[in-house]
Design a protein around this ligand. Structure first.
Ligand SMILES: NC(=O)c1ccc[n+]([C@@H]2O[C@H](COP(=O)([O-])OP(=O)(O)OC[C@H]3O[C@@H](n4cnc5c(N)ncnc54)[C@H](OP(=O)(O)O)[C@@H]3O)[C@@H](O)[C@H]2O)c1
Length: 346
């Protein structure tokens, strides 16, 4: 399925203060590729992404116990894409599925970082990744060991840059303190959740890091796993992510959220529909364009279970300018969750 002719051209943003450029919309394999989206469909999504100008593909060792990396690696091979045209990332932390004794297969020890990287590259069928992330902070391994191990991956050509995911501002600053002290490379990018319903970390907690270390952001779940597309306004559509009860994480998510809280979230999201309509765009486009409006975001990593979704989501790139200050204020009024402004000086 070729891209629609009226698809806006992709835009590219620098990954923080690095020289690497990533597409403003990128695509990841969590739950979908190697998971509930069958391989052929997953490859169609990746092809639709590539054909739309998306150059950045995100994975992790834990996604579907390594199958996600295999599915992504197979697509790269199948379509014969040039390695230098792609930005590929994966993440290390949860490698428990790859050993019989979990103790040393989890976390950010030098041992797991080195062994986990080799195993990921093998599954991806690649010689290196562009960005390797620490998928979570490891509060038991000394930070110096972790910083040195990620630098070792860079020095041995297995990764070109390293970043963090779901680290707090203090942990990122500590990593930079060690990197600076030791003359090493610090994490250039963080991968947090960021969407209309989850704002505080990106808009408030990390604010000083954009200035101090030039932190870039590749944000995940920009549609809050599909909720912000408005698709759940009349219940749970067949085949949608929330209908995938066989997936442990999704079933658990339901238990944690509860029906009442879920209905409340959906009612709030429904209030955004008239705004999207007034701009002549879909609710999913509005939600993604809202994320891209934040200039600290280098890329919004979407998940997609069909090529149509990929194309629809790429439209957000062309809708950013429709979000005028007045529209942004209206959205803030509905969401009622804008973090307090950072006070510049007293
Ligand atoms: N670092 C971390 O800890 C972390 C955590 C989570 C995710 N991530 C990364 O971020 C990526 C994206 O996360 P996510 O999948 O939660 O992102 P998302 O874009 O918020 O949600 C994706 C899901 O929304 C639905 N969807 C997408 N486009 C749609 C559209 N136009 N209309 C209606 N529904 C649409 C699809 O689900 P269905 O069609 O199946 O309903 C899709 O699988 C992951 O693949 C992963 O790479 C990282």
């Amino acid at each position: 399925m070729a891209p629609p002719e009226d698809l806006p051209p992709m835009t590219y943003r620098f990954l923080g203060r690095s020289g690497l450029q990533v597409s403003a919309i990128s695509i990841g394999g969590w739950l979908t590729y190697g998971g509930y989206t069958e391989q052929e469909k997953a490859h169609e999504c990746m092809k639709a992404a590539y054909d739309s100008g998306i150059n950045f593909f995100d994975c992790a060792e834990i996604y579907s116990d390594g199958k996600s990396e295999e599915v992504m690696g197979a697509a790269i091979k199948k379509y014969g894409w040039k390695r230098n045209d792609l930005v590929i990332s994966t993440k290390l932390y949860w490698g428990t599925a790859f050993g019989n004794n979990p103790v040393n297969n989890k976390g950010l020890s030098r041992k797991h970082i080195l062994e986990g990287m080799d195993a990921s590259l093998k599954r991806l069928g690649l010689d290196y990744v562009d960005v390797i992330y620490a998928h979570r902070p490891d509060r038991q391994t000394p930070m110096e060991e972790t910083v040195r191990a990620f630098n070792h991956l860079i020095n041995t050509g297995k990764a070109l840059y390293w970043g963090t995911s779901m680290w707090n501002a203090d942990e990122i600053a500590t990593a930079w303190r060690y990197a600076d002290k030791l003359g090493l490379i610090g994490p250039i990018v963080e991968q947090p959740e960021y969407n209309m319903l989850s704002r505080e970390r990106v808009e408030l907690e990390y604010a000083h890091l954009y200035r101090e270390v030039g932190l870039g952001l590749t944000v995940f779940s920009p549609l809050r796993q599909g909720l912000l597309s408005g698709k759940y306004k009349n219940g749970i559509p067949e085949g949608s992510r929330l209908a995938q009860n066989q997936v442990e994480f999704i079933a658990g998510w339901w238990k944690r959220t509860g029906k009442e809280k879920f209905d409340e979230i959906i009612a709030n999201i429904n209030k955004l529909e008239p705004i999207a309509e007034s701009l002549g765009i879909k609710q999913s486009t509005l939600a993604l364009a809202w994320v891209l409006k934040n200039q600290n975001v280098s890329s919004a990593i979407i998940g997609a279970s069909s090529a149509e979704q990929v194309y629809e989501n790429v439209r957000a790139v062309g809708a950013v300018d429709k979000l005028t200050p007045e529209i942004m204020d209206k959205i803030d009024e509905i969401l009622n969750n804008k973090p307090p402004a950072v006070i510049a000086r007293y």
